[in-house]
Write a protein that binds this ligand. Structure first.
Ligand code: DX5
Ligand code: ZN
Length: 217
């Protein structure tokens, strides 16, 4: 399968978010990544349902919503209403993870589980049959523009082996510090979806950077 690119709006110009979404619509990006932060699970606060809802009005690509919030069960329905197509919760924030991901699917969304750099992929062995995607955090969540943690490559290949051995229909998404230099190795290691924010929006030509991440040229 050809890998996908999910453009993280966290790094975009919020004053011109409409124009930024239009740029992503016109680009060859596959998904739009939206990072929701609560100032509790992570030290930062970003945005919530109203922003997702407004982006949805003009987005021509699926919304890939990443919840970095404690007790996400309280908001699954609200993010569904706001327009999320893929809803990812953090493993570390869920006490009853199987119930949470089952509810995400029941609402009609694809269910993702994100793991922090310190969380072993083995912790997901009993969850893979209930989800559509694992998001491997390749930085500590909370901020855009951080440096990629190289130790995450071994987690990606371990997860790829687990998925293949078990025959699960689960995508691997990598998120944090991804740019045109490390994208190729990530895909080779087994990543299906590359999330990128800073490397796209701080580049001179964001649409061209999206193309480079997509074609690995
Ligand atoms: C970090 C977020 C990421 C972030 C990635 O907590 O989950 O999605 O936007 O941004 P870059 O690509 O700038 O590292
Ligand atoms: Zn994210």
């Amino acid at each position: 399968m050809k890998h996908l690119v999910s453009t993280s709006l966290l790094a975009c110009d919020f004053l011109n978010i409409g124009k930024e979404v239009t740029m992503v619509n016109k680009s060859i990006a596959d998904w739009i990544h939206l990072d929701v932060m609560d100032g509790m699970f992570v030290p930062n606060i970003s945005f919530g349902m109203p922003v997702v809802e407004h982006v949805k009005k003009i987005a021509e690509k699926p919304l890939d919503v990443h919840l970095m919030i404690i007790d996400p069960d309280r908001y699954l329905y609200r993010f569904h209403e706001a327009g999320a197509n893929i809803l990812t919760v953090q493993y570390e924030a869920c006490v009853h993870l199987q119930r949470t991901v089952t509810e995400i699917r029941r609402l009609g969304m694809k269910a993702g589980v994100a793991i922090n750099p310190h969380t072993p992929v083995a912790h997901l062995v009993n969850t893979l049959s209930f989800i559509d995607m694992v998001l491997i955090m390749t930085v500590n969540p909370g901020f855009g523009g951080q440096s990629f943690i190289h130790e995450c490559y071994s987690k990606i290949s371990e997860l790829r082996t687990m998925i293949e051995k078990g025959g699960y229909n689960v995508l691997i998404e990598a998120d944090g510090g991804i740019d045109t230099l490390n994208a190729g190795k990530l895909v080779e290691t087994g990543v299906n979806v590359l999330v990128a924010g800073h490397s796209i929006f701080s580049s001179a030509n964001p649409a061209e950077t999206i193309s480079k991440l997509k074609t690995l040229s």
